[in-house]
Design a protein around this ligand. Structure first.
Ligand code: SAM
Length: 287
């Protein structure tokens, strides 16, 4: 136990403390006060967090809590909390538990009646969404995309007709493969935003129809580097008179060789549109 007494609460508490996702200026005053005054900081990587702490002149002891030991070490931390310690949980960057360790610890704390206090702060999902220009009234965070193509395509099929904005984390060495898989399932016209290196020097937020975004990323290797999130516009049911020009042009070409029904079905598959809408358009516009 310590004699530090400046924390706002006397009861043993686990504080969830976000740290910057790039720009150190994004640490909050409350995060600094909490990290200074707790008895112990549970950190995903104690060396990484050590650098952050020394930058801010904080000397609080750290304890390693990462994906590989969390289930086992969470109990040790709960016991310390029950014995009167106050503990802060941090991850390498951003908000703990968001694609980062902490879930088991928080669950165990709540089960044991330990108070859990969350601090607001940096998080790549919300930072990206706020500047993406995509609808923000409904969104879901889908975590990291699966590493294998089959898993990714299944994931894209699962969200293909979702009307909410969907947000994924992706690693730079898979970005092109993932965008190709996305293009295959969601179609060329789906609007997607690549949010890269947020809060850092080379911050880039680029939103384009998917086919154009793939070309843009392909043509510039810099866009395949750094930390990134992908934000996908929700599915928009297309009314007959607002079909994308590219889709109706394809339908017109296909219908020269195929019955209209078949041509509409193919164009619908290519552009991820409703085949009835294309069929109706064909009846009205094509000979
Ligand atoms: N806990 C973090 C948060 O609150 O966002 C996320 C941790 S997760 C292990 C790391 C991933 O988050 C990166 O691979 C990237 O997809 C995303 N990310 C983190 N920082 C980012 C940044 N500055 N710009 C864009 N994406 C970022």
């Amino acid at each position: 136990m310590t004699d530090k007494k400046t924390l706002p609460t006397e009861v043993p508490t686990l504080y969830i403390v976000p740290t910057p996702i790039g720009n150190l200026g994004d640490i909050t005053q409350r995060a600094l006060d909490t990290l200074t005054n707790v008895d112990l900081i549970a950190a995903e990587d104690t060396r990484h967090t050590g650098k952050l702490l020394s930058h801010f002149g904080i000397s609080t002891k750290t304890f390693a809590l990462h994906d590989h030991n969390e289930q086992q070490k969470a109990q040790v931390l709960v016991e310390k909390l029950l014995a009167g310690y106050s503990i802060a949980l941090v991850s390498d960057a951003g908000t703990p538990l968001i694609s980062d360790p902490g879930y088991h610890l928080v669950t165990k704390c709540r089960q044991a009646g330990v108070k859990v206090v969350p601090l607001p702060g940096a998080c790549a999902v919300v930072t990206a969404l706020s500047a993406s220009g995509l609808p923000s009234d409904r969104f879901s965070f889908e975590g990291f995309l699966p590493a294998k193509s089959k898993g990714r395509k299944d994931k894209f099929l699962e969200i293909a007709k979702a009307e909410r904005t969907c947000i994924f984390y992706e690693s730079p060495h898979r970005i092109l493969d993932s965008l190709h898989d996305m293009l295959e399932i969601l179609g060329a016209e789906r609007e997607v935003v690549l949010a890269r290196e947020l809060t850092k020097t080379f911050e880039t937020i680029q939103g384009l129809p998917l086919a154009k975004l793939v070309d843009w990323v392909k043509s510039d290797e810099n866009q395949q580097r750094g930390e990134m999130a992908l934000l996908v516009h929700g599915y928009r049911a297309v009314s007959d008179d607002s079909l994308p020009e590219e889709a109706t042009r394809t339908l017109a070409i296909l219908s020269k060789e195929l019955p209209l029904k078949k041509a509409a079905a193919l164009a619908a598959e290519i552009y991820n549109l409703k085949k009835n809408a294309l069929y109706k358009w064909g009846l009205e516009h094509l000979d």
